[in-house]
Design a protein around this ligand. Structure first.
Ligand code: SF4
Ligand code: SF4
Length: 311
């Protein structure tokens, strides 16, 4: 791709989060890219699922002034029981959000140009340097916007900035390999080895994910594995043991595996966006149970297994 073509590249993002400490080593800036081919029941970022620009009303901020309703050229907005409802005639013109004096209409899905994004990421370089951090592209599934990544990652490298991607691994192997070779660390999410459970919980087969995982293990590219631990879904001892076996046999000695507990703080986001949230009744995992799963995961041969977000 030429420099001229790169100038026209844009990414659709939902957020740029500075000072992040949970998306790789050190202090990082995380770019949440919009769009994901998976539909994990426990997704904590529902605003990143669709590639389209989305709007959500925040009733707690709303002062009920009616400016949004007056500004809508489509008559697409209605007052509902739990706040504003965006009808199907909405054209995403964003007039309502711009006119809202209380900032009670959130917009997810801003288009950002390559140079503009790079400028803002490079600005935080002193934080990265002093903490051993850098930039992480997350989502959603950042590989859906791989052309943008393949332009941004080398540019960050030229600035001496450490680069991570956080991925489900659900991508064409050629795309995955090309992007992985441009990163300093891959955060690779594995949910379950069981093909039927995987399809049921995420909407897609895990065949491609496991194939890309095995390639990553043999590639020499540094990576960490992240496992969402959801009681009743992925938190069974036998599920974790099967994952540990796969990792040990197909990915080699892994530097670090993070077992990530789950909370339902995202339930409000689902409601705001008018999406159904099916995991309302799932209890938080206890520390004892997490520690037991940590022990099992040590069987993979990983140098380090961390646990977080337990009751
Ligand atoms: S984005 Fe535009 S069309 Fe959609 S509800 Fe707001 S003002 Fe109406
Ligand atoms: S313009 Fe903003 S504050 Fe006023 S009714 Fe609409 S959402 Fe609420």
């Amino acid at each position: 791709m030429t420099a001229m073509q790169n100038q026209d590249l844009t990414a659709t993002i939902t957020n740029i989060q500075p000072l992040s400490t949970e998306d790789g080593p050190g202090i990082r800036t995380t770019v949440f890219m919009k769009g994901c081919p998976l539909r994990c029941l426990w997704c904590q970022n529902p605003e990143t699922l669709s590639m389209k620009t989305e709007l959500a009303h925040e009733p707690l901020r709303c002062i009920d002034c009616g400016a949004c309703l007056e500004s809508c050229p489509q008559g697409a907005l209605q007052r509902g029981e739990r706040g504003l409802v965006f009808g199907s005639s909405c054209r995403r013109c964003l007039s309502c959000a711009e006119r809202c004096p209380a900032r009670a209409i959130r917009v997810f899905g801003e288009k950002v140009g390559l140079e503009e994004l790079l400028d803002s990421l490079i600005r935080d370089k002193p934080f990265y340097r002093h903490s051993g951090g850098g930039v992480t592209f997350s989502g959603g599934e950042c590989l859906l916007q791989h052309r943008f990544l393949l332009a941004a990652l080398p540019a960050l490298k030229a600035e001496g900035i450490h680069r991570c991607i956080d991925t489900s691994g659900y991508a064409d192997p050629k795309v995955f390999q090309e992007v992985a070779r441009e990163t300093d660390l891959v955060l690779y999410d594995l949910k379950t080895i069981d093909p039927e459970k995987h399809k049921l919980y995420t909407g897609v087969s895990n065949e491609l994910i496991l194939e890309n995982a095995a390639w990553l293990g043999a590639s020499g590219i540094p990576f960490w594995i992240r496992v969402p631990v959801i009681p009743g879904y992925t938190a069974g001892a036998e599920d974790i043991a099967a994952l540990a076996q796969f990792i040990g046999e197909r990915m080699g000695p892994v530097e670090r595996i993070d077992l990530l507990g789950y909370n339902d703080l995202c339930a409000a986001d689902y409601e705001r966006m008018g999406l159904e949230y099916t995991l309302k009744e799932v209890p938080r995992i206890t520390k004892e149970e997490m520690s037991r799963l940590q022990e099992i995961m040590h069987g993979s041969g990983a140098h380090r297994v961390t646990i977080s977000n337990y009751a």
